[in-house]
Design a protein around this ligand. Structure first.
Ligand code: PMP
Length: 352
């Protein structure tokens, strides 16, 4: 008999995050990355109205034109941009990488970085190559580490700011440097900006869309509007790239939920934007509380978050792998994610 399962999943299982979360029932949950607010009321009211008054049919594959326009505007209305609305930015990542990556192509990803990057690149047949955001340098961008990771086989570069898991934000100067480098090397530049609205800087963090016409931006309403379960994300970028991603999208899911798309449009209304800002301020309060608490009560080192809603807490002094520390904490009914899940630079830390 042939092997029962496809070999492409031989070395790929559920991420460490999902494995911890499977055991997290009844625990204080500092594990999975989602704000715990309701969706904005303007979104919920619109969803109820749509259910009661409208037919809910397939949308165009690219998404509802009204939502596409709102998203394009949100990303600065660059000439030549198109938008494909997907089931969360997770699907956008998948569609995009499958549209760009040939077997053997290298894709640069941050270390530490979001767990899905390496896996999706591998599924597409590509090779993930990590550029270190060195822990000893508070996880800041390092041009020399980045240059070292580039090769003649590099096809695309992935940037994530504000970052999961570090909460660090790349300065405009760093983004400009990366954009210039990718332009000179003629490689695709993908910017995961899912946490852009979640920050504690005086001004909104810079977007690569404002710096580089070629940048392909991934985002969605999950984090900004506390709508993780609604599954609305998108890829916004040069039309030729988005059209290719849209082909993958069609055969993956036909379209994103039309109900969720109609409701997500309300995020871009004045009430929706105000609700996003209220959530940002509340998360900033939570961040301050957490940082003060750790300083005063734990006295442990941590990477100072500037955005997203994560904090990397150092446990290097315990001399045990972060996975072991996280599993030990599960027994004390506290769920946290081992830093090792995000790459080598994350070892020695727990993500709260
Ligand atoms: N990018 C990053 C950096 C994330 O942390 C996540 C979710 N944790 C995603 C993308 C995917 O989010 P979603 O599919 O809900 O848009």
């Amino acid at each position: 008999m042939a092997a029962p399962f496809a070999t492409r999943l031989d070395n790929i299982g559920l991420s460490m995050i999902r494995q911890i979360m499977l055991q997290a029932a009844g625990c204080a949950n500092l594990g999975i990355g989602e704000p715990e607010f309701y969706a904005p009321s303007v979104v919920r009211e619109e969803a109820i109205r749509v259910v009661e008054e409208e037919k809910i049919l397939y949308s165009p594959t690219l998404g509802l034109p009204s939502l596409g326009r709102a998203v394009r505007n949100y990303h600065g209305n660059r000439r030549g941009d198109a938008v494909c609305v997907t089931n969360g930015s997770q699907e956008a990542l998948f569609d995009l990488l499958f549209a760009l990556v040939d077997p053997g192509d290298e894709v640069l990803i941050p270390d530490p970085g979001f767990v899905a990057y390496a896996t999706v690149i591998q599924l597409a047949g590509g090779v993930p190559v990590r550029y270190a955001l060195p822990a000893q340098n508070d996880f800041m961008f390092s041009a020399s580490e980045f240059e070292r990771a580039m090769s003649t086989r590099t096809k695309a570069v992935l940037v994530n700011s504000p970052s999961n898991p570090t909460g660090r934000i790349l300065a405009s100067g760093d983004l400009e440097w990366i954009a210039g480098f990718c332009r000179d090397a003629d490689v695709h530049l993908i910017s995961d900006e899912i946490y852009r609205e979640v920050h504690c800087l005086p001004e909104r963090p810079p977007s690569l869309a404002d710096i580089d016409d070629r940048a392909i931006v991934l985002s969605g309403v999950s984090k900004m509007a506390s709508m993780t379960g609604w599954r609305i994300g998108w890829v916004c970028g040069p039309a030729a790239v988005v059209e290719k991603a849209n082909v993958m999208h069609q055969y993956t899911s036909s379209c994103a939920s039309t109900l969720a798309q109609k409701a997500a449009l309300a995020v871009f209304s004045p009430e929706g934007r105000a609700a996003v800002e209220r959530r940002r301020r509340q998360l900033d309060e939570n961040r301050k509380f957490t940082c003060d608490w750790i300083d005063q009560r734990l006295g442990r080192a941590f990477a100072h978050p500037q955005g997203a809603f994560y904090l990397l807490l150092s446990v290097a002094d315990l001399g045990r792998p972060s996975l072991e520390v996280a599993l030990g904490l599960l027994k004390d009914r506290v769920a946290v994610i081992p830093g090792a899940a995000f790459g080598r630079q994350g070892e020695g830390f727990l993500r709260l």
